[in-house]
Structures are given as structure tokens and as C-alpha cells.
Design a protein around this ligand. Structure first.
Ligand SMILES: [Zn+2]
Length: 304
């Protein structure tokens, strides 16, 4: 095996850290999924270091594979420290410097939605499209814009930060939502993230849900509160994506992250978003789940 071609990709999520080692042809040589340490930066560093050591050991490579990491935030263009991460214990930390010191090699770090966009445009659900908007719906909510295979970074490195604009066309009962961790009121993330759905369900139901899967299971059995939460999720996602179409008008929107597995999205949203788009005809924008599913972010990280 030619170790010089091995690429290690790591997706540092809010609930799990996923790692995949790809060979030169993009085939998976090794993979691993661990829970994410929460509220602890040094534990996060240790968990990342342990995964890299394990990956190197798995292929008998000392430090020969490239390392790319997708994070739920970005590196500040000012000082290279993490900013805008919904895993807020990462914010302000010199993650790239610390990992490079720990691991003794170059580490590339990018936003997780950017990794998703790159991966899906390369050989996934967005292949062949010139304008792509990729969305992460998970513990956090983020987006990325890609044109002709190139990420649009933006003058401030903020392009695609869709999770932290206000929910458009708010309904009267939506003005009192919980304030976002980013300190602003009404962010899309406070409506469409996994924790947001669980919080809203638990606030209205006598039954309690620990995850979005619990809510989906209850909705299937006709549980009224669970059905309301899923209905609201459809309505809000349609509005939030219609705004993206009004501004960027992408050819395809690709969804990744845990909530992108909710199958009803792909029939419900395109029926609903026409009402909010500024057009005389329904949008022809495609809405697709990430072809590489949960693994898309981690594959994109490996390609960094
Ligand atoms: Zn926010």
C-alpha cells in the first residue's frame, strides 16, 4: 500500500467524531466513530489525537497520511482560532496549531458544511451541477455555497452561514423562541437543529423525547404532539430554503447531518417552498439527501 496517498478525514460533530481513511482511489481503508466529548476542549484534543494514532496504527503508517478535519464552525481569518462553532467550547481555541503540535504534521481544518459541499459535488448528489448549496442539519445548522466546483468563501469568510440568519416569514408564535448560543434572537439553527426539535417537543408534550428519532417514532404512531413538531419542521425548512433560493438560486440543494435522514423532507419541502419563492413558477431547484449520507462530511474532510 502506498501510504503517501492515504487521506484521513475527521468529522468533529456535536455528538460524534467520525474518522475515515481513504486510499488514492477514494475507497475506505479504515473507519471509526466515537462519541464527541462535550464542553471540554482538552478532552476534544485528546479524542482527536487518539483517533489519528489509531488510524496510523491501522495502516502501519507513522505520519504519512494527510489529515483534514471538518468542524462545526470556521477558523477566524484574523488569528486562525476557531469561531462560530456551535460546539462552543471550541471557540477562541487554536485548534489547528494545537493539533499540528500534538501530531507533528500539517492538519487542514474546514467548516463541516464546506466539507459536505465538496464531497457531494465531487462524486455525490450534487455531481454535475454548477451551483450547489449544501446544508448540515444536525446538532447545529450550517450551509455552504459552491460554484463550478469551487467553494464560495466570501469577503469575511461567512458565505453560507445560513444557520445564523433569522427564520424568514416568522409566524406570530415564533418570535419568542429561545435565544441562540450566538446571542442573536431567532436564528434558523434555533428552529431546525436536532436539539431544537427535541426541546420544542418536550416543552409541549407530557411524554419526553431524548432524540429526534424518538419524535419520528412517536409521529408514526399518530402521537399528536410529535406530528405537530414534524409538521412545523417541514414548514420551517421550506421557508428557510426558499430564502436560499431567493438569494442564491442554486441548481441543487444537498442536505447532510442527522436530520437529513428524515425521508418526508424530500417530498414535503418542494411542495411547500413555491409559496415563498419570488417566482411565477415553482422552483426547479433539486432537493437531495447527501449521497454519502452521514459519511459525506468526513469524506469531504479527507479531500481537504
Ligand atoms: Zn445564532
Amino acid at each position: 500500500m502506498d501510504h503517501s496517498l492515504l487521506r484521513l478525514g475527521i468529522d468533529l460533530g456535536g455528538t460524534k467524531i467520525e474518522a475515515v481513511l481513504l486510499d488514492g482511489a477514494g475507497s475506505v481503508v479504515w473507519k471509526k466513530r466515537n462519541p464527541s466529548p462535550r464542553n471540554d476542549y482538552s478532552a476534544t484534543l485528546s479524542a482527536l489525537e487518539a483517533l489519528v494514532i489509531e488510524a496510523r496504527r491501522a495502516v502501519n503508517a507513522a505520519a504519512k497520511c494527510s489529515i483534514g478535519i471538518g468542524i462545526p464552525g470556521s477558523l477566524s481569518p484574523a488569528d486562525g482560532r476557531v469561531r462560530n462553532a456551535n460546539s462552543i467550547w471550541l471557540n477562541g481555541q487554536p485548534l489547528q496549531d494545537d493539533l499540528q503540535t500534538l501530531l507533528g504534521q500539517t492538519v487542514r481544518i474546514a467548516n463541516d458544511a464546506n466539507c459536505l459541499a465538496v464531497s457531494e459535488a465531487a462524486d455525490g448528489a450534487a455531481k454535475g451541477f454548477r451551483s450547489v448549496f449544501a446544508v448540515i442539519l444536525g446538532t447545529g445548522v450550517g450551509g455552504a455555497h459552491l460554484i463550478d466546483g469551487q467553494l464560495v468563501v466570501g469577503a469575511n469568510g461567512l458565505a453560507g452561514e445560513w444557520g445564523h440568519v433569522p427564520m424568514p416569514w416568522m409566524r406570530p408564535d415564533e418570535f419568542d423562541q429561545t435565544r441562540c448560543w450566538c446571542s442573536r434572537p431567532g436564528c434558523i439553527e434555533t428552529f431546525l437543529s436536532g436539539p431544537a426539535l427535541v426541546r420544542e417537543f418536550n416543552a409541549r408534550s407530557a411524554q419526553s423525547a431524548g432524540s429526534v428519532q424518538d419524535i419520528l417514532r412517536l409521529a408514526k404512531t399518530g402521537h399528536a404532539d410529535a406530528e405537530i413538531i414534524i409538521e412545523r419542521f417541514h414548514d420551517r425548512l421550506a421557508r428557510a430554503l426558499a430564502m436560499v433560493i431567493n438569494i442564491i438560486d442554486p441548481e441543487v440543494i444537498v442536505l447532510g447531518g442527522g436530520l437529513s435522514n428524515i425521508e418526508s423532507i424530500y417530498s414535503e419541502i418542494p411542495q411547500r417552498w413555491a409559496r415563498w419563492t419570488f417566482s411565477d413558477i415553482p422552483p426547479i431547484t433539486r432537493l437531495r439527501p447527501a449521497m454519502h449520507g452521514d459519511a459525506s462530511g468526513v469524506r469531504g474532510a479527507a479531500w481537504l
